[in-house]
Design a protein around this ligand. Structure first.
Ligand SMILES: C[S@@+](CC[C@H](N)C(=O)[O-])C[C@H]1O[C@@H](n2cnc3c(N)ncnc32)[C@H](O)[C@@H]1O
Length: 351
């Protein structure tokens, strides 16, 4: 198989593909047992997209979203549709002010946003926000005359892309309610204790991406999920501290390894016993519960959506602030893809 994907940094010498592929195979066969061959096949298939309607779009509903144009998905967001397998959506049209009619997204990502249980007046923080897919979904739940959204990302380059995306979905006159910040989300006090809803869409192994990009797969080792988990825990602990209780914090990844999923949530619960608990996921249109009360969407059984993991955490209504977490190290060194390592601080409006 010829190498495909982004070239790894020069200091990370890729290992022979056959060796890594065999290790990866053995690792996930042990993880998923008899399910793995079908799951691997589904992960290697092209991604499926839903079209999420932009409620702030100023022209009539486009044909792509009309009844019969695509199948409605059973989500709280009324206008979210999918094409039959193999069909694609046309690029979204723009209205007179440049706002786009819809955003193409994996429906599993929308379930994670639904788990936030957003009310129109919520103050929402999206800790790892770029390029902004879940932020666009959050915006559909908010009334921007009352609610607010802070979209953060550590990467300057990805923040620039995030601002472009937000500008295509939020009218200029409402853009003061949507801010973009550039912080390391794991840094202490990056956000203050202000938010009623917090989303942590953590950088992770992104296994579907890994399997489809052999150059990046060559950087994978059996230790990679544990290294990601260390940084993910740090991000989740800081996110819990940014919650103004009672609040909902949703932790989500697109990783397969349980160490990056239930493992991180379990460690966070141990850090903050009595203050934080899992709100067990209620039945969703696709996916399966995890042992800890999270939810896992895997493409072999979901009709192609995912992989996605999420867990909703309830932060108790207590006056005392949560104690700062122990330092967990930088956890870096093995970033497979969705990473933002050029962190610096900054803040500005979206749009
Ligand atoms: C899985 S992607 C987020 C996808 C995004 N939520 C969406 O729906 O489009 C993870 C993001 O985390 C950012 N990131 C990595 N480390 C971070 C950190 N320490 N603090 C904040 N963001 C970070 C990356 O730059 C990347 O954009």
């Amino acid at each position: 198989m010829p190498p495909r994907g982004k070239k790894p940094p020069a200091h990370e010498k890729p290992r022979p593909l056959e060796v890594v592929a065999e290790e990866y195979e053995r690792h996930f066969r042990a993880h998923f047992g008899a399910r793995w061959p079908a799951l691997r096949t589904a992960l290697l298939s092209p991604c499926v997209h839903a079209a999420l309607a932009n409620k702030r779009y100023g022209a009539g509903a486009p044909a792509e979203l009309a009844d019969g144009g695509a199948e409605a998905l059973p989500l709280a967001l009324a206008c979210c549709r999918r094409r039959a397998r193999g069909e694609t959506f046309a690029p979204p049209p723009a209205d007179a002010s440049g706002l786009l009619a819809y955003y193409l997204i994996d429906a599993a990502a929308l379930l994670a946003v639904e788990a936030l249980d957003i009310s129109p007046g919520d103050q929402v923080l999206d800790v790892c926000s770029a390029p902004g897919g879940k932020a666009v979904a959050i915006l559909q739940h908010l009334d921007l005359s009352r609610g607010q959204l802070v979209c953060n990302d550590a990467s300057a380059e990805r923040c620039a892309r995030l601002r472009r995306v937000l500008g295509q979905y939020v009218p200029r006159e409402q853009s003061a309610a949507v801010r973009v910040t550039q912080h390391d989300g794991a840094a202490h006090s990056a956000f203050g204790r202000l938010f009623t809803r917090v989303l942590v869409d953590a950088p992770c192994s992104t296994d579907r991406h890994l399997l489809q990009n052999t150059l990046e797969l060559q950087r994978w080792t059996t230790l990679s999920p544990a290294k990601h988990a260390e940084r993910q825990l740090s991000l989740l602990c800081r996110a819990l501290q940014a919650a103004r209780s009672p609040a909902v914090v949703v932790y989500t990844t697109s990783a397969l390894d349980a160490r990056e999923n239930d493992g991180v949530v379990r460690a966070a619960l141990q850090r903050f016993p009595e203050r934080v608990r899992v709100r067990a996921a209620s039945q969703m249109p696709f996916g399966e519960p995890t042992p800890l009360g999270g939810w896992l969407v895997l493409p072999d059984t979901s009709g192609g959506w995912g992989p996605a993991y999420f867990a909703a955490l309830l932060v108790a209504d207590v006056a005392a602030p949560l104690p700062p977490p122990e330092p967990v190290g930088d956890g870096g060194g093995d970033d497979s893809s969705d990473d933002g390592s050029d962190a610096s601080t900054g803040e500005e409006g979206a749009g």
